[in-house]
Design a protein around this ligand. Structure first.
Ligand code: NAD
Length: 260
């Protein structure tokens, strides 16, 4: 089972029944952490997934339902977890439209799920981390937390906000054995990206292949999607002793996108 550097820690990963959140939950479990996985769905598959992760990695894994668009449920998730050594704020949604046509309710939902949820979970988790003098807050931001693209007003605004929240959290916890950093992935082929392809095809008048090559991966000099395993590995590194002085910053895992 490799190096179990996180044995005895409890990680809460928001939005972790698919994509990057699941990849991070799996990497933390493989490193020996007990894990709470979350989504808003509470489906039989969510509980099956928890059992699969637990038996696959020999750790305790619980599924807890919480709708991360609701402040009270964000806070209750951490309270229900009981403790929280590692908090990964990952839940996120996307909507693509020009600003004049951008639905106000989509703006509100993206700001709530992609940004405000991280504030609410962090508010409850920090006292738990302080009580044990150790903690890791990992915010899954985006290359769009550092740079912009047209038609993604709410997402880009929320992810820039996440980077700001990351810096403030780091400053408020510096010297307490707690770090807070943001991982900024480029394009990872997960359901959130799959769902954007039809909208981007419409907006740009392009085929699926052209959207992938000319819109998405055109920004990514490597010409390859990032994998969820690579994001998971970055999260484990941020939890390691080697990263104990790494706080208040962003780590780009984007195939060179933000170097352009
Ligand atoms: P995904 O759609 O596979 O995963 C999103 C997760 O969030 C799912 O587990 C979903 O259940 C959960 N979620 C959505 N709304 C929720 C809600 N109201 N309450 C609780 N959970 C909710 O997409 P992903 O690509 O894995 O995205 C995960 C994170 O990574 C997001 O914050 C996203 O912005 C970020 N990100 C993704 C990419 C990419 O290319 N895929 C790039 C940069 C950043």
């Amino acid at each position: 089972m490799g190096d179990r550097i996180l044995a005895g820690k409890l990680a809460v990963v928001t939005g972790s029944n698919s994509g990057i959140g699941l990849g991070v939950a799996e990497a933390l479990a493989a490193a020996g952490a007990d894990v709470v996985i979350n989504s808003f769905t509470d489906a039989a598959e969510d509980h099956d997934l928890a059992r699969r992760l637990a038996s696959g990695h020999g750790v305790a894994v619980r599924y807890l339902q919480a709708d991360m668009s609701k402040p009270d449920q964000c806070r209750a998730l951490i309270a229900q977890a009981g403790r929280c050594d590692i908090l990964v704020n990952n839940a996120g949604i996307q909507h693509v439209a020009p600003i004049p046509e951008f639905p106000a309710e989509k703006w509100d939902a993206i700001l709530a799920i992609n940004l405000s949820s991280a504030f609410h979970t962090t508010a409850v988790a920090l006292p738990m981390m302080r009580a044990q003098g150790w903690g890791r807050v990992i915010n899954v931001a985006s290359a769009h937390g550092l740079t912009a693209s047209p038609y993604k007003a709410a997402y880009v605004a929320a992810k820039h906000g996440v980077v700001g929240l990351t810096k403030v959290t780091a400053l408020e916890t510096a010297g307490e054995g707690i770090t807070c950093n943001a991982i900024c992935p480029g394009y990872v082929l997960t359901p959130i990206v799959e769902k954007q392809i039809p909208d981007q095809m419409k907006t740009h008048g392009m085929s699926r292949e052209d959207v992938i090559a000319k819109v998405m991966l055109a920004r990514q000099p490597s010409g390859q999607f990032v994998t969820v395993e690579q994001i998971g590995g970055t999260a484990v590194f941020l939890c390691s002793d080697a990263a104990a002085q790494l706080t208040g910053t962003t780590i780009s895992v984007d195939g060179g996108w933000t170097a352009l």
